[in-house]
Design a protein around this ligand. Structure first.
Ligand code: HEC
Length: 152
């Protein structure tokens, strides 16, 4: 069975990093129609509910989870959609490690026999991650688009 890695917090919310254990749990079913629900179930443990990279598992990982609210800002104000699709479609990783990002393409395909459902999950997650982009960035790229449309 495919598994996804999760972290359990032992004791109070104020536990130290060394009290955290990475646990493998089977991937749960969620509605493929809700990017928000999938993000809460699959992504927030590492990236945080707001997507800023500070989920409860972050401290136990080898690499720091990316700040998903800064993807557009780091890409000159443009949301790197193709790159995010590629990231989420990945089907195998050369290094299997509980300390890295799970391989979502394989995990999503493992809970359905319908490839359209996997595609829908990925589409809706990409849209949700897009919606997390810092508002200042969206505002400035809208302003730039408006200027371009106005021919300025
Ligand atoms: C087990 C922890 C973990 C979980 C769960 C997780 N991620 Fe990640 N993610 C990481 C880490 C660590 C990185 C940075 C290193 C890397 O790219 O592997 C990362 C990187 C990314 C990137 C790449 C950003 C870039 O600049 O290239 C995206 C996009 C992303 N995650 C989206 C998601 C989404 C969407 C989910 C839920 C479906 C998710 N992640 C779940 C740990 C996680």
């Amino acid at each position: 069975m495919r598994t996804i890695f999760f972290v359990t917090l032992l004791g109070s919310l104020l536990v130290q990093a060394q009290d955290k254990q990475i646990k493998r749990v089977p991937i749960a079913q969620t509605s493929p129609a809700s990017g928000k629900a999938m993000f809460g179930e699959y992504c927030a443990v590492c990236h945080g509910l707001e997507g800023t990279g500070d989920g409860p598992a972050a401290a136990a990982l080898k690499d720091k989870p990316a700040d998903l609210t800064a993807l557009a800002a780091k890409n000159g104000g443009k949301f790197p959609e193709a790159h995010i699709y590629t990231t989420l479609r990945q089907v195998e990783s050369p290094i299997h490690s509980s300390k890295r990002m799970p391989v979502w393409g394989s995990l999503f395909s493992s809970i359905t026999t319908n490839p359209a459902e996997t595609q829908m999950r990925i589409n809706n997650l990409v849209s949700y991650v897009r919606s997390l982009q810092k508002s200042t960035v969206l505002a400035s790229s809208h302003a730039a688009a408006d200027e371009a449309a106005a021919g300025r």
